[in-house]
Design a protein around this ligand. Structure first.
Ligand SMILES: [Fe+2]
Ligand SMILES: [Fe+2]
Length: 294
């Protein structure tokens, strides 16, 4: 297919039907979607997969994820509740991205270069998700764990919706008292996600731990000898990479080489040294691909 667009109001049923169809496409995708009555999913002409097609599919799922995150944020701000159905939709979309990254691991960094100046928090969440998937795929994690990692990563900053908008949208650096409020988002996120499911606590754990350093520093404060969940440590690297490379109203994006220098300096201090090494390999692989296609 040449394009995939999710329109506002897309339902779980539509995403479910699409994912099933994409596993075994037996007819032209655009006519299939029309015949099936998928009114919120617009599909271009079928050309069959390849690197470009994979990227288009992943970018469609990326945009769909941003839209669902936007709606989750609005719903929490208005009604203070977390719509579990929307989380299922996110699960389908992150799985669609995951399937493409398994086929082409370098796609993770290419997708993470999608930035939004106006909605950087939403794009940040999806970028942290795709980068975490990239790291997880490189670590050869089984697909069942990669699916859980993707959902936990995309929700890691959900606690920010509980913070005052004037702090979140401030067009300059935060002062000390504003930082004190900002540092509450892991605990607020864990509180929101604690209502999600009794059986899957990973999103809650990751939301709580993603700013805790490898050496136990960071926030929220931890007890002696604390070790964060491996998913939290993967997401912490994806988080710092995306945050540093993103341009904000009051700061330029940091070049990849400088982020790498920072990660190397923080090996065994801020971040798990093995995960930093693996992330470095991913960056090199993408750079090599870029040079060979230039
Ligand atoms: Fe965060
Ligand atoms: Fe973050």
């Amino acid at each position: 297919m040449s394009s995939l667009t999710f329109l506002r109001g897309v339902t779980v049923w539509e995403i479910e039907a699409l994912v099933q169809f994409l596993h075994q496409p037996e007819e032209d995708a655009a006519s299939w979607a029309t015949n099936k009555g998928l009114v919120h999913v617009k599909i271009g002409h079928l050309v069959r997969t390849g690197k470009e097609e994979r990227e288009l599919l992943a970018r469609g799922a990326y945009r769909g994820s941003v839209q669902i995150l936007r709606e989750i944020e609005m719903a929490i701000r208005e009604r203070k509740t977390l719509d579990v159905e929307r989380i299922w939709e996110l699960r389908f979309l992150t799985n669609a991205i995951l399937q493409q990254i398994i086929e082409d691991p370098n796609l993770a960094l290419r997708l993470a270069s999608i930035k939004s100046y106006d909605e950087h928090t939403l794009h940040h969440s999806v970028n942290v998700c795709v980068l975490s998937i990239g790291l997880g795929v490189s670590l050869n994690l089984p697909e069942s764990l990669l699916r859980e990692l993707a959902v936990a990563a995309i929700l890691h900053d959900v606690g920010k919706v509980a913070l005052p908008l004037h702090i979140l949208q401030k067009s300059g650096p935060l002062n000390e008292s504003e930082w004190r409020v900002m540092r509450q988002h892991p605990v607020k996120g864990a509180d929101i996600l604690s209502r999600l499911s009794r059986t899957n606590r990973l999103p809650m754990i990751v939301a709580a731990e993603h700013h805790i350093r490898y050496d136990g520093g960071g926030y929220p404060p931890t007890g002696e000898g604390w070790q964060s969940h491996p998913f939290s440590q993967i997401i912490a690297i994806a988080d710092v990479y995306d945050s540093m490379t993103t341009r904000l109203p009051y700061k330029q994006g940091v070049p990849t080489g400088d982020v790498l220098t920072h990660l190397r300096e923080e090996k065994g201090k801020g971040f798990d040294p093995d995960l930093v090494d693996m992330f470095e390999l991913i960056l090199f692989a993408v750079e090599k691909e870029r040079c060979s296609s230039a």
